[in-house]
Design a protein around this ligand. Structure first.
Ligand code: ATP
Ligand code: MG
Length: 183
């Protein structure tokens, strides 16, 4: 599984429709302070279902919508789409047979979010399910931000175990069992 590109519009500083391609397995994003490097990481976490404004460096969930600049008016919605190459079949389930998987989230000023999988409207849960066990998710270890290393070091045994379970690919099954037991 590989992230092929991020498409976004109205998200944080990316007011115009923008496509950020990732042509190979290792890519770097460089640029001056404030150009939007961290905003692209926020975009990835946001599509994955991040529901804490603080984790997206904002005060409220609608802070991700472009709120205007000296030269541009604010806009009323934001969208981000991640396009994954799934030709190795890492992502399983309903969409597992697709060699390309698109995951999209849209939000409007009233705070309503919508999620889409390969263009079809879906629940947030469908997105978290799809990525569970792959290491990718809003708070998973695939995104290592400032402070994350110390979080690993200082983690309580239960939290450390949850990282290991995710890496081993069993968190998905534990989650399903928990859900079944709670029914
Ligand atoms: P650094 O090198 O300092 O880490 P960076 O490239 O990571 O910089 P970001 O944090 O991605 O920079 O981008 C910050 C910019 O995004 C700021 O100029 C900020 O005003 C802008 N920004 C964030 N949210 C919004 C928003 N909702 N609307 C408009 N601009 C926004
Ligand atoms: Mg930054």
């Amino acid at each position: 599984m590989r992230l092929k590109c991020i498409k976004l519009a109205g998200f944080k500083s990316f007011v115009d429709a923008t496509t950020i391609p990732f042509p190979s397995n290792m890519c770097g994003i460089v640029g001056p302070n404030g150009c939007g490097k961290s905003n692209t990481i926020d975009a990835v976490k946001w599509v994955m279902g991040e529901s804490s404004a603080k984790n997206l460096r904002g005060d409220s969930m609608t802070d991700v919508i472009f709120n205007g600049s000296n030269t541009r008016k604010p806009v009323n919605q934001a969208f981000v789409e991640l396009v994954f190459d799934n030709s190795d079949g890492t992502l399983i389930g309903e969409y597992g047979s697709y060699s390309e998987i698109s995951v999209k989230r849209r939000v409007t000023r009233d705070g309503q979010s919508q999620y889409f999988l390969n263009g079809t409207k879906c629940r947030r849960r469908d997105i978290t399910d799809l990525f569970m066990g792959t290491g990718l998710g809003p708070r998973s270890y695939a995104i290592v931000e400032q402070g994350m290393i110390s979080r690993f070091i200082e983690a309580k045994p239960e939290e450390l175990r949850s990282f290991i379970e995710e890496a081993a690919g069993i968190s998905k099954y534990k989650d399903r069992r928990r859900e079944t037991e709670n029914r």
